[in-house]
Design a protein around this ligand. Sequence first.
Ligand code: 1HN
Length: 350
Amino acid sequence: MATNVNEAKRQDFYQRIAAKGLTPLWLNMSAMVSREPGSRCKPAIWHFEEIRASIMEGGTLITAQEAERRVLMLENPGLDQAHRITNSLYAGIQLVMPGETAPNHRHVANALRFIIEGTGAYTGVNGERTTLHPGDFVVTPGWTWHEHGNNSADPVIWMDGLDVHLVNLLDASFMEGEGPEDVEVVEDLSYVSHGHNMLPVDYKRGTEGKSPIFNYPYSVTRDVLEKMSRSVAPDACHGFKMRFIDPTTGDWAMPTIAVYMQLLPKGFVSQPYRSTDGTIFAVVEGTGHSVIAGQRFDWREKDIFVVPSWHSVQHFPDNEAVLFSYSDRATQEKLGFWREQRGNRSGGDK
Ligand code: 1HN
């Protein structure tokens, strides 16, 4: 048993060793090694109506060229305005106005684009161009040159998802600007040459864990979900949920970020589900609500909501709905950290 004398001696000891850059584990262990995830990340929703009004106002105040990227970041209310939507992941809303370009640059962080509004903007990745359509999932792998432009008559809006906070946690950030000009290639060459159960005969996979495919088009994704939903039974927790892959390996499409699309059929109520990867959802089609750790969030097309790590979620679509989502599961799996729990548990909801 601790005595008062002991405690005073201890406090004195802690103070003296602090000056030497030492601190006792025994005062910090339970906070550092929690019995289960205790994320400060909060469940939250951003309604597109409000996002759109704000980014369009931003469009009158700064050009894409001037801003380099004209983006409003989605900041999780529990995470101290730290430019993140979960502990590990970044989300932002980017606007490219008709006639604008955003200059070529590259960085270590991997980025995804999920197209929300507008057709006819493009992203160039390592000189190859892809035209962006609503629902498309576009990858710009780490350290590839990428730029954007909008040759259409309408504003184009998408969500960016990046692993930049993972890169910064590891102090591994590099960035360069003013890359080479686009070269003339067949539009979506990477999808043509790698996305149809074929590979160029001498294709050699790099060591960086990059998918050769830049655009996973919604027209294909939607068709897959439609046919799946007519042919097999829905998963009790996910409905019809597909993951985007690197077709040369079967691994996730991005080395660090897991990306999905799911269809929730009419009348479906998902069973409670939780996992250690805090997940960002974007509503592609439909209306409904989700209950996250007991809190109800009503959503409609183009809204974005976040389910923090180890928070139980249940989805209730009003009719058929389609949800895009991404999380750090690809990272957690590679490191052996990832866990999930399906269905109701004893002990109640978190
Ligand atoms: C970036 O390069 C883009 O290329 C968007 O569109 C958002 C957020 C942080 C760091 C780099 C882009 C970004 C970003």
